[in-house]
Design a binder for this molecule. Structure first.
Ligand SMILES: CC(C)(COP(=O)(O)OP(=O)(O)OC[C@H]1O[C@@H](n2cnc3c(N)ncnc32)[C@H](O)[C@@H]1OP(=O)(O)O)[C@@H](O)C(=O)NCCC(=O)NCCS
Length: 199
């Protein structure tokens, strides 16, 4: 029980740290824990997914529906989501049952990870580690978005995207990503010259 509590706390800490890394507008952890519906949606999904895996499928669906009602983010309890997953501006997101999401993936609002067929097979996308999906993008079918790739805002992706690529447009076209396009957000303090402070 104690180890479960420790792991929950460390996951929440990691998610809060991750929110600060991905959103320059993020401020203190307490404020972020209260105001980021993307974080709330992911936390509740983790409970739903564990219920789903234990066979409590009905209650998991009901909790997921409540999650959707309060956050505007619809994640099927069967979806597999890795660590450090962040949804910015969480609203209007749909993540289907057989979607698989790696580590350190980020979605903006309005993203759909949807299916194209009505059969109960693997019908939703797989996002490998370090993928970013821009606002309003639709990724449809059991396609794979390769590690380190970015999907542009409002793109519609129906084919695999290789690793370290950028895909934009409808239908989305991929091109290799330049290394300097992978720069992470830098702490704004890094830009401040300490010698310039006025005391
Ligand atoms: C796709 C994306 C990652 C491209 O980044 P980039 O490679 O640095 O792209 P650039 O800004 O240098 O643009 C390169 C070209 O692609 C075009 N382009 C950029 N994003 C595009 C998009 N989403 N759809 C269509 N074309 C796009 C640019 O207009 C430019 O065209 P040009 O060469 O004719 O001038 C980025 O534009 C994007 O869409 N990110 C999502 C961000 C987001 O959703 N933010 C929401 C915040 S609330």
């Amino acid at each position: 029980m104690l180890s479960l509590a420790k792991s929950v706390i460390s996951t929440i800490r990691e998610d809060l740290h991750n929110a600060r890394e991905h959103d320059p507008a993020a401020r203190g952890d307490v404020e972020n824990a209260l105001v980021y519906s993307g974080l709330h949606a992911v936390w509740v999904h983790r409970i739903c997914h564990s219920m789903w895996q234990q066979g409590w499928k009905g209650p998991a669906r009901i909790l997921a529906q409540l999650n959707r009602f309060f956050t505007g983010v619809e994640i099927h309890p069967g979806a597999t989501i890795g660590r450090k997953f962040f949804i910015d501006h969480g609203m209007g997101i749909v993540i289907g049952e057989t979607a698989e999401i790696g580590e350190n993936v980020m979605l903006y609002h309005g993203v759909t990870l949807g299916g194209q067929v009505l059969t109960q097979t693997k019908r939703h996308p797989t996002l490998q580690d370090n993928v970013v999906i821009g606002a309003g993008a639709k990724v449809l079918g059991p396609v794979t978005i390769g590690e380190g790739s970015a999907i542009g805002a409002n793109a519609v992706v129906t084919k695999d995207v290789p690793a370290n690529s950028i895909a934009v447009g409808i239908p989305a076209k991929s091109r290799p990503r330049n290394p300097d396009e992978c720069v992470k957000l830098v702490d704004p303090d890094a830009y401040v010259d300490p010698g310039s402070y006025i005391i």
